[in-house]
Design a protein around this ligand. Structure first.
Ligand code: CP
Length: 325
């Protein structure tokens, strides 16, 4: 990616596109703010007036359950108005470019766009074309980045382990197509995890991934040996070109997380998955629903983390557009 657009000249977070290039201090500030939002559902008043009168647009060009819904809840808890747009109901299907769609929505005085797109770099591209008072948050782009997923996973790990320094984390599965894996590896290394491993068949390991600071394993038992956290990834069949796994049955036999394979990890190892999960392909139901699984906590923490990211960007940003002359 070209020069980072995320931090403005005054040092404020203006857009949230990727974990790369963000200082550890800022990541920790967002996590601390998210922690302060976790108890919101138990409060009598479940909203703060921080973003009254502001408008957040969910601009989703790919399907989503977790990210889109938790961004909507997060923005509403901060009292923003929220508009949800899905690709099949947008004028891009009639040939309008994504930049023209964003420009059109800006003309309706919207403030922040949450963007999900199948192309890597889509959120970054839009961020480079919006005026100074408009913010872009990446809701997942291609294989590149899913930064709020990485942060909600870090928050979930911190709830259970408090510190990253002694942790060994294995990320297992379709590393090749995974924006979550890339964002997660960066976040874990920035926060000081002792060791980050990727575990996958050779066909699903991207060239040069070791440069991100990971150890590579193709054997599941060895890759899970004594790890503190296991992050399972979905097989992204829709992005696969050619035969990258022998068969779903064989993949599950070698890389599906079963109770038997989980015995290689530490006895109290956490099991994570960003979702959506494919039972019997990446993970056994008994593990996904078992005591060590924190998969649904990850979903809940998505609201707190997305509130923190939106608040950090929009709450600390008072620049308004100059009136048209
Ligand atoms: N983890 C994740 O991005 O899930 P959705 O595709 O449901 O948003």
């Amino acid at each position: 990616m070209p020069q980072d657009v995320q931090i403005d000249t005054d040092g404020r977070l203006k857009h949230f596109i990727s974990i790369q290039a963000l200082p550890r201090k800022l990541i920790e500030e967002i996590l601390a703010l998210a922690e302060s939002y976790i108890d919101f559902p138990t409060r009598n008043i479940k909203k703060v007036p921080l973003l009254r009168g502001k408008t957040v647009v969910n601009l989703f060009f790919e399907p989503s359950t977790r990210t889109r819904t938790t961004f909507e809840i997060a923005a509403k808890r901060l009292s923003a108005d929220v508009i949800n747009l899905q690709s099949d109901s947008m004028s891009t299907v009639k040939g309008e470019t994504i930049l023209d769609t964003v420009k059109t929505l800006q003309a309706m005085h919207t403030d922040t766009f949450i963007v999900r797109h199948k192309n890597s770099g889509a959120a970054d591209l839009i961020a480079r074309h919006v005026p100074p008072h408009v913010h872009i948050i990446n809701g997942g782009d291609g294989r590149y980045s899913h930064p709020t997923q990485a942060l909600l996973d870090m928050l979930t790990i911190r709830q259970h382990r408090h510190s990253f320094e002694n942790l060994t984390v294995a990320i297992v599965g379709d590393i090749l197509h995974s924006r979550v894996a890339r964002s997660e590896i960066t976040a874990l290394n920035v926060l000081g995890a002792r060791e980050v491993r990727v575990v996958a068949p050779k066909t699903l390991i991207p060239t040069g991934v070791e440069k991100l600071g990971v150890k590579i394993y193709t054997d599941m038992a060895k890759g899970l040996k004594d790890v503190d956290v296991v992050v399972m990834l979905r097989l992204q069949m829709e992005r696969m070109e050619g035969q990258l796994i022998p068969s779903p049955r064989e993949y599950y036999q070698c890389y599906g997380l079963t109770e038997e394979k989980l015995k290689n990890a530490k006895p109290d190892a956490m099991v994570m998955h960003p979702g959506p999960i494919n039972r019997g392909l990446e993970i056994a139901s008994s593990v996904a629903d078992g005591q060590r699984s924190v998969i649904l906590s990850q979903v809940s923490n998505g609201i707190a983390v997305r509130m923190a990211v939106i608040a950090k960007i929009m709450g600390g940003y008072s620049k308004q557009p100059k009136p048209a002359s």
